[in-house]
Ligand binder design. Structure first.
Ligand code: PLP
Length: 403
């Protein structure tokens, strides 16, 4: 058997493999050195054997690496692996999650186009759309992620893209991807889903009808709080446009970060299931504690979209939020009494993090916008990590004792 035949057979085996297998092996092409783990290609450029080969590479007549803003073997391995996990034709890596969202919009939309976006998306996404895309002549209407009629009513002749996150941050509202995909396609629009909170281990938006998935790899794909990065995956037609924009504008992923994300992906499903079971245990316990007014977590049976979440996701994820006492002072006293968890706005880490959304992640919203999106002054968000659940409960008890 030739090496080519062996590689083709391996490729075919991987194409049919389950998610855990793809997470560990997809995208890797071994070099002549026979390395087992993926190497980090820390090089900004590549050499050619002759001037004519350089010319052929630059013109595109001969495939191959030219410069790491365009292609890099470690970054390509990450792109192929995240695409394989999401069930996409093609993936493109970006320097951050925000670069993934920006690149998707700028590459695929024109001045005069209109976006409909969930009101409950990452705060910086709202700023990006409202301030910078508006400057390019791309307008946005914000609607409720859980009211399909609001999306239908917001459609206008120049609407080209529908965008959402599910479950939402920090209130765990669950949008129906299938229903919103139908609305998008009835009007020739693309549905873009930010799959940051579930990851492909828990939710596959493309299989539910979405056209494009964007990621902040910074969160669960890394999973250990080390690197900033992002990804866009979808059909070749659109991804080539996104890739062309990234190669020109420059928000490409560093090879070192790509390698960190590759190592993160290898344990993705194990971590997501463990995050989810710790979060469900903590949410269930918090719900029964005096001083806790309300818990927001789609894994709780009385959550308004619990049935949808159970259908659309394999588990309920690692992020929950809850209200304590009656004001900001109560929330701050709770947070300041913890001794184990980290007070930081990042999420999707093995280490549990705790934050007060109204004065941090959602601090740039007006009081009116916070009321509209339900971010109360006494709300606390926890990204539940992989510490022992008993230790986490004890730390939350320290917070409760301070109320
Ligand atoms: C963090 C985050 C982003 C932005 O990602 P960065 O990597 O910080 O640029 C986008 N969407 C969601 C849902 C996020 O949590």
């Amino acid at each position: 058997m030739t090496e080519q035949e062996y590689l083709a057979q391996r490729q075919a085996v991987l194409a049919e493999a389950e998610l855990d297998t793809r997470a560990v092996r997809a995208g890797q092409v071994r070099t002549f050195e026979g390395e087992h783990a993926e190497p980090i290609f820390m090089t900004s450029s590549y050499v050619f054997s002759t001037a004519s080969e350089a010319a052929a590479r630059f013109s595109g007549a001969q495939p191959g690496n030219v410069y790491s803003r365009y292609t890099n073997p470690t970054v390509r391995t990450f792109e192929d692996r995240i695409a394989a996990l999401e069930g996409a034709e093609m993936g493109v890596a970006t320097a951050s999650g925000m670069a993934a969202i920006l690149s998707t919009c700028v590459a695929l939309l024109e001045s005069g186009d209109h976006i409909i976006c969930s009101r409950s998306v990452f705060g910086t996404t709202t700023v990006l759309l409202n301030k910078y895309l508006a400057k390019l002549g791309i307008s946005t209407t914000f609607v409720s992620p859980i009211d399909a009629q609001e999306w239908r009513d917001a459609i206008s002749p120049n609407t080209k893209m529908l965008m959402l996150e599910t479950p939402s941050n920090p209130l765990s509202e669950v949008a129906d991807i299938r229903v919103l995909a139908d609305i998008a396609h009835q009007h020739d629009c693309l549905l873009v889903v930010d799959n940051c909170f579930c990851t492909p281990a828990l939710q596959l938006p493309l299989a539910l009808g979405a056209d494009i998935v964007v990621h902040s790899a910074t969160k669960y794909l890394d999973g250990q709080g080390r690197s900033v990065g992002g990804a866009v995956v979808g059909r070749r037609e659109q991804m080539n446009e996104v890739l062309a924009f990234i190669r020109t504008a420059g928000p490409s992923m560093s090879p070192f970060n790509a390698w960190v994300f590759l190592k993160g992906l290898e344990t993705l499903r194990l971590r997501m299931m463990a995050h989810s079971s710790n979060a469900l245990a903590l949410a269930t316990w918090l719900q029964d504690q005096p001083g806790v007014v309300k818990v927001y977590y789609s894994g709780l049976p009385d959550h308004p979209q619990h049935a949808l979440a159970a259908l659309q996701q394999k588990a309920f994820g690692g992020v929950l939020s809850f209200e304590v006492g009656s004001d900001q002072d109560a929330a701050w006293r709770f947070i300041d009494a913890t001794r184990l968890v980290s007070i930081t706005a990042n999420l999707g880490d093995t280490k549990t993090t705790i934050v007060h959304p109204a004065t941090t992640t959602h601090g740039r919203l007006t009081v009116e916008q916070r009321r509209e999106t339900g971010i109360a002054d006494n709300l606390i968000r926890v990204s539940v990590g992989l510490e022992d659940i008993e230790d986490l409960r004890k730390d939350m008890q320290r917070g409760l004792d301070a109320l």
